[in-house]
Design a protein around this ligand. Structure first.
Ligand code: NDP
Length: 457
């Protein structure tokens, strides 16, 4: 049964964008039952037919791309250019995993007396819980491999940004996905998410969100030994050595932390700069930060939009108190909207609160270091380990540091680390398991070993 009304707010205007029935625990139970009923036929579908269905979903998404781009820009407050890139990735993700059903290969293993073979079996009903920062992209990273592997799913979007997930369900069904294979439930995490985690008929939870909620999900899933994939917080380091192309590093650093208004688990929010290059790096960075265009997400020229909510703005503001050294800030509009200017704190210590906690807003801490050893020590001195970058013209050192950093994804002389075809996920308290690339499929299947006796033993 629905539990009241869910009011969806546009963060750039603070106005109501939509009103929906708010789902409750009973809606989750119904969605799980529908997914359970749909599972046998979906898993039994010939692999080529499952592929064709996923390709048809990708085609449907492509046809409605403009509609989805506007929803994402308005509901999540992201610049329309960014939203365009995200919807392109959603389509690419469905196309990529459409190739998977026919490539879910097992092994044959030499044994005495018979033939031994392995199969990658789907898990059953999978619960997917996603956040508000990249609503449809993160949904697609989970939905596409889960369906490709033969599972059926219940997807719970964040209450702040449910609209694109609801459209995904409609588009997928119109494209030919059988009823019950993908079910979207838009309701609060504390009720709907919790019910999914506890539900005995849900075989696995794939979650993206805060480390704190992730801990609770891991604990809750233990009661029914659910498989769990967690993509959690980050406090990633952007390590810039004095021998790097400083102009390139400074030009790229702002979007690596202020992209999506800093609401990005991969945000390189600790900028570690070798002390001898600090002054020249800072002046180049200042120029880049001051020129960031913050404003209306629907304006093609906008590079940074608002924060998602008043609550998020309050949290982010708490990191920029009077006793914190603000080196410089960019601009932000006045008036309605949850605006916050890009802000650079410097010089900072790695022990400062803004260097230790995930801010999830457009605030970067610049931390000077002396030499490679100190850079690695500071970068690794965090509970997180999701992402990061190393900038140096010394290729050997860049690779050595990349290997030494305790993080799941890292880029050299670049801040780009997320691709549909390569694995993504964290070390340490940034998570468990991997999304995207070939690795994701392992997390949506269990290995079955079959022994077939051929000489009677
Ligand atoms: P949450 O971790 O609370 O939310 C992520 C998802 O989990 C949402 O769909 C939420 O539902 C759901 N959820 C919340 N509580 C539970 C629960 N008890 N059981 C199951 N599901 C639950 O993140 P917030 O939205 O509160 O953001 C807070 C902070 O988390 C941010 O400031 C940021 O630091 C971090 N964060 C990190 C993200 C990342 O990508 N690593 C993404 C988002 C946030 P609902 O919101 O509908 O209640």
């Amino acid at each position: 049964m629905s539990d009241g009304t869910l009011e969806v707010i546009e963060p750039a205007t603070e106005l109501t964008l939509d009103r929906l029935p708010r789902a409750g625990a009973d809606d989750v139970d119904r969605a799980v039952a529908a997914a359970r009923e749909a599972f046998p036929a979906w898993r039994a579908l010939a692999p080529g037919d499952r592929s064709a269905t996923l390709r048809a979903v990708a085609d449907g998404l492509e046809r409605e791309a403009d509609h989805l781009i506007r929803i994402e820009a308005r509901n999540a407050g992201k610049p329309i250019g960014d939203a365009r890139g995200e919807i392109a990735m959603v389509i690419e993700c469905f196309r990529y995993y459409a190739g998977a059903p026919e490539r879910l290969l097992g092994q044959t293993i030499p044994v005495a007396g018979g033939v031994d073979m392995t199969f990658r079996e789907p898990l059953g009903v999978v619960g997917l819980i996603v956040p508000w920062n990249f609503p449809l992209v993160i949904s697609s990273w989970k939905v596409a491999p889960a369906l490709a592997a033969g599972n059926t799913v219940v997807l719970k979007p964040a209450e702040l940004t449910p609209l694109s997930a609801i459209e995904l369900e409609r588009i997928a069904v119109e494209a030919g996905l059988p009823a019950g294979v993908l079910n979207v439930v838009a309701g609060p995490g504390s009720i709907c998410g919790k019910r999914l985690v506890e539900h005995p008929d849900v075989a696995k939870i794939a979650f993206t969100g805060s480390t704190e909620v992730g801990r609770g999900i891991a604990a809750g899933a233990a009661a029914t030994i659910k498989r769990v994939t967690l993509e959690l917080g980050g406090k990633s380091a952007n390590v810039i050595f004095a021998d790097a192309d400083l102009e390139a590093a400074a030009a790229a650093a702002p979007s690596a932390v202020f992209g999506n208004a800093g609401q990005d688990c991969c945000a390189r929010s600790r900028i570690l700069v070798e002390r001898s290059a600090l002054d020249s790096f800072m002046s180049a960075l200042e120029e880049a930060v001051r020129s960031i265009r913050v404003g209306d997400p629907l304006d093609e020229a906008t590079e940074m939009g608002p924060l998602i909510s008043a609550g998020q703005r309050e949290t982010v503001s708490s990191f920029v108190s009077e006793d914190v050294p603000v080196a410089f800030r960019g601009s932000a509009p006045d008036g309605p909207g949850f605006w916050f200017p890009p802000t650079v704190l410097a010089p900072m210590s790695n022990d400062d609160r803004a260097s230790r906690e995930e801010i999830f807003g457009p605030v970067a801490a610049v931390i000077p270091f002396d030499g490679e050893e100190e850079a690695v020590r500071i970068a690794n001195d965090t509970i997180y380990g999701l992402s990061g970058s190393v900038w140096s013209r010394d290729g050997e050192r860049a690779l050595r540091v990349a290997r030494a950093l305790e993080t799941g994804v890292i880029s050299i002389n670049s801040n780009s680390s997320v691709r549909v075809s390569t694995p993504f996920g964290g070390f340490k308290q940034s998570g468990v398991g991997r999304e995207l690339g070939p690795d994701a499929l392992e997390h949506y299947t269990d290995v079955k070993n079959v022994y077939y006796a051929i000489d009677g033993s």
